[in-house]
Ligand binder design. Structure first.
Ligand code: NA7
Length: 533
């Protein structure tokens, strides 16, 4: 093969990409990983805003690639911050000697499938061209950031930043008047830190988030020792779980518990902090009454932390079930509104009318600022793929195919786009789980498929349209047995103007997803067209 010809090209150097690269190399594939950023890390490279941290516990949020990795790496905190995660990912690269197969500073801009050759050609921002039999799209779920369409945004004369593209050298906000738009996780994490630096911080909130305590803290020696000792066994349990973690669901629905039992359950889980709150009742995400019990408990806790009653009321999430938009984990967020230099602007009462050269103009007032921070999120799940001009069989464009929402088979393959495998994308459990665990499962399945192709002289694997239709119907049915479609979330594409609203993730759980993938391949790749050379 020529220098620019590969068995597999992996696009993206986050968890999915690094995991794919390592496993492909283990199996003897000629592989190149192409990454747009000047570093590995994926979402953790880009999200450098103050306070950026993971909302999944570090002891579980990592890659199970070798015992040495587990033995030699020691997490310091319950939730790793961005810098610790970057150190971890660089450690993985170094330990597994991945660097020689990674090409940084190179954005894949276009991909074309040649039907005759059954090969992909990839064109990059560097002007290079690569070909590969197969492509693994490890492009991430939250890697296409979005700026809001607000009239006059470009006319602002001060500095502005998106949280997902924060300057590498950091930003000194000391003494600055700052306007921050958006109160998802990025806003909730950065607001307390920005408030300490800024002379004045205005927070512009469209939808209030359910905010739970992170209770982040240093890990004890004993916790670290136990985590390392029990790692394999815990990982095995995570693979068999709904969410890719060992956190335990309460198996009883709220209706089968007394009021005291319910109170004790939510109280206990709230005190522990973190996402396991959503496991308080078996039916918390499927039954509105159960959900409301858990939601009201959180609202009351949130209210108790904010001094000004009007601000507290504006911060109350009331019109969607808890958990249907991603929970935000709080370290001093709500208390930040008690500071004299912080003001919440409730956009449901006074919407933004425009941005002008000096600040943000709302329907009843204007806020002059030196800096605007856009914590306005991402074109999630589909954005990272559709920003690449991907053309499959007969030149068909993925953008056209997915206009009414993403269409995949088993969350991994797209009809008409042979030998293209998506990791943690639409139609897979992805961000509803602990992502690195879901990534391991999916990369294992993809690489097994590539080995099968190699062993059996298969030149292309393509999803059958009827299999895609059946899978999407199943994804839709599962979602509509839950409350997820009731939140205007990025899971639904609801944060992007003009994006089709459809619940994009597989809510059936990681273990059932794995079983379905394994069953399809064991059954002679049911639902796929396999073309032999
Ligand atoms: P999110 O969770 O999508 O939050 C974006 C926030 O920005 C959210 O509060 C949005 O309000 C708000 N937003 C977006 N556009 C506008 C406009 N035009 N005007 C006002 N407010 C706006 O992104 P994050 O970066 O915080 O977190 C993403 C994920 O990363 C997170 O869930 C974790 O998994 C890690 P909305 O809710 O749409 O009304």
């Amino acid at each position: 093969m020529a220098d620019n010809e590969f068995d597999v090209i992996v696009v993206g150097a986050g968890f999915s990409g690094l995991c794919s690269l390592y496993k492909l190399r283990q199996k003897g594939f000629k592989v190149r990983l192409i990454e747009a950023a000047p570093s590995v890390g994926g979402v953790w490279f880009w999200n450098r805003y103050p306070g950026a941290a993971c909302d999944v516990e570090s002891i579980e949020y990592n890659l199970n690639l070798s015992d040495d990795l587990t033995r030699e790496w020691t997490w310091t905190r319950r939730y790793a911050d961005r810098d610790e995660l970057m150190r971890y990912m660089n450690f993985v690269v170094e330990k597994l000697a991945l660097a020689p197969d990674i090409q940084l500073n190179t954005r894949v801009e276009a991909m074309n499938f040649d039907d005759g050759e059954a090969r992909w050609t990839l064109k990059t921002s560097t002007g290079e061209s690569f070909t590969a039999k197969s492509c693994i799209m490890a492009t991430g779920c939250l890697s296409a950031s979005v700026l809001p369409r607000i009239e006059g945004r470009e006319s602002f004369k001060g500095d502005w930043y998106h949280t997902a593209d924060w300057p590498l050298e950091g930003v000194d906000l000391t003494g600055k008047r700052v306007g921050l738009i958006g109160t998802g996780s990025s806003g909730v994490q950065s607001i307390p830190i920005i408030a300490e630096q800024a002379s004045q911080l205005y927070v512009f909130q469209r939808t209030p988030a359910y905010v739970l305590p992170a209770r982040n803290r240093a890990l004890s020696d004993q916790e670290i020792e136990e985590a390392k000792r029990d790692y394999r066994q815990k990982r095995a349990r995570a693979y068999e779980s709904y969410g890719g973690t060992v956190a335990e669901f309460n198996e009883r629905p709220a209706s089968m518990m007394t009021a005291e039992e319910r109170e004790a359950e939510v109280n206990n889980r709230y005190d522990q902090g973190g996402f396991s709150y959503l496991m308080s009742f078996a039916d918390l995400l499927t039954n509105k009454d159960s959900n409301e019990i858990a939601a009201e408990f959180v609202r009351n806790k949130m209210r108790s932390l904010v001094n000004d009653p009007e601000t507290a009321e504006s911060l109350m999430p009331k019109d969607y079930p808890i958990g249907t938009k991603r929970l935000c984990l709080d370290t001093n967020y709500l208390e930040t509104y008690n500071r004299p230099n912080v003001k919440l602007v409730d956009l449901r009462k006074t919407p933004i009318v425009q941005i002008d050269d000096a600040g943000i103009v709302c329907s009843n007032d204007r806020y002059d600022v030196d800096v605007i921070v856009f914590a306005t999120g991402f074109d999630a799940l589909t954005g990272p793929l559709l920003r690449i001009d991907i053309r499959g069989t007969n030149g068909v464009s993925l953008r056209d195919e997915w206009q009414a929402g993403p269409l995949t088979y088993l969350g991994t393959c797209v009809a008409g786009f042979p030998n293209m495998f998506i990791i943690a994308g639409p139609g897979s459990p992805s961000v509803l789980t602990n992502v690195p665990v879901a990534v391991e499962q999916q990369t294992d399945w993809v690489i097994k498929t590539l080995e099968y192709m190699r062993a059996n002289g298969v030149k292309s694997v393509d999803a059958q349209p009827n299999a895609v239709a059946e899978w999407m119907a199943h994804v839709h049915d599962v979602a509509h047995h839950t409350l997820f479609p009731e939140g205007n979330s990025w899971y639904m594409g609801a944060n992007i103007e003009g994006k089709t609203r459809v619940f994009m993730l597989y809510a059936g759980g990681l273990a059932p997803f794995t079983q379905r993938c394994e069953a399809a391949s064991a059954d002679g790749y049911r639902g796929f067209n396999l073309v032999t050379a």
